[in-house]
Design a protein around this ligand. Structure first.
Ligand SMILES: [Ca+2]
Length: 273
């Protein structure tokens, strides 16, 4: 039996900015920023290869791997050069997951040509779990750059790091997944860094106290409101609300208006940690 035990971080403060004596407490289960389940996710630890990761190709003579220690999305990264289209070339790390749970997985990719895949693989009761996301570049076409400029194609900028990821739900009996990131059977070259896998949803708990609470709102960083309370009854001094199923790749701002027209605000998490 799986027991979910999350440390719940609680942040509380009395905002002296404007609204008199309004306290806003915010907690989340799981807490944000949500944990990355990968070992050595930044690929920083390791000598010839990043520790904790598999680095392999189905045809080793077709795909070269390099492990530079600087110049990545942050610091060290993995470079994958596929000289032909007959092999994959993957960075991979199997891990345990909870069944029937929504996760988010991805990696930062800088692609000069070919096809990059994030391949999430598992066997569940003899059935293959298989979820993917792709990023393609025409940068390895022989016509580029002499006859066709890469910017005329739909290819990503070869100098830019791009996030390749998606959400996926594990199956009811699933206890593990083996994410792979890398070259998918096409000639090309790409860099990989900062893979992530973690829970995709959290439950936010909001509590506001103070004299004369009028309304409570919760918005994400983009300014989209995820919750707006009704106008609170006169004399309300405490308000509590739970918001389930919120995306974990965001910060949330709780704002509390009081009957005297002041607004107190608090962010969760407080800053980019
Ligand atoms: Ca790195």
């Amino acid at each position: 039996m799986l027991v979910r035990l999350w440390a719940v971080a609680v942040m509380a403060a009395v905002c002296s900015c404007g609204a008199a004596e309004v306290a806003i407490e915010i907690s989340a289960d799981p807490p944000l920023p949500v944990a990355n389940l990968f070992v050595n996710p930044g690929l920083e630890e390791g000598d010839a290869r990043p520790e904790g990761w598999g680095v392999a190709a189905s045809q080793p003579d077709v795909v070269d791997f390099e492990y530079p220690k600087t110049g990545g999305h942050q610091g060290a990264y993995l470079r994958v050069d596929a000289h032909g289209s007959t092999s994959n070339g993957y960075l991979s790390q199997p891990l345990s997951v909870l069944p029937d749970t929504l996760y988010r997985a991805g990696a930062w990719v800088r692609i000069r040509g070919g096809t990059m895949v994030m391949w999430l693989h598992a066997w569940v009761d003899g059935t293959r779990f298989d979820e993917r996301a792709y990023l393609k570049s025409y940068g390895s076409l022989p016509l580029i750059p002499d006859f066709v400029k890469i910017e005329w194609t739909t290819s990503p900028d070869p100098e830019e790091w791009i996030w390749v990821g998606r959400e996926f739900r594990t199956w009811p009996d699933q206890g593990n997944v083996n994410p792979h990131f890398g070259a998918y059977f096409s000639r090309g070259s790409m860099d990989l860094d900062d893979p992530f896998i973690g829970l995709a949803r959290t439950t936010l708990s909001v509590r506001a106290t103070g004299p004369g609470l009028a309304q409570v709102k919760v918005a994400n960083e983009a300014g989209n409101e995820v919750f707006v309370s009704d106008k609170l009854a006169e004399g309300t001094a405490a308000f509590e609300h739970e918001l389930p199923e919120l995306p974990t790749d965001a910060r949330y701002c709780v704002s509390v208006a009081t009957t005297d027209g002041e607004v107190a605000e608090r962010w969760y998490p407080e800053a980019n940690e």
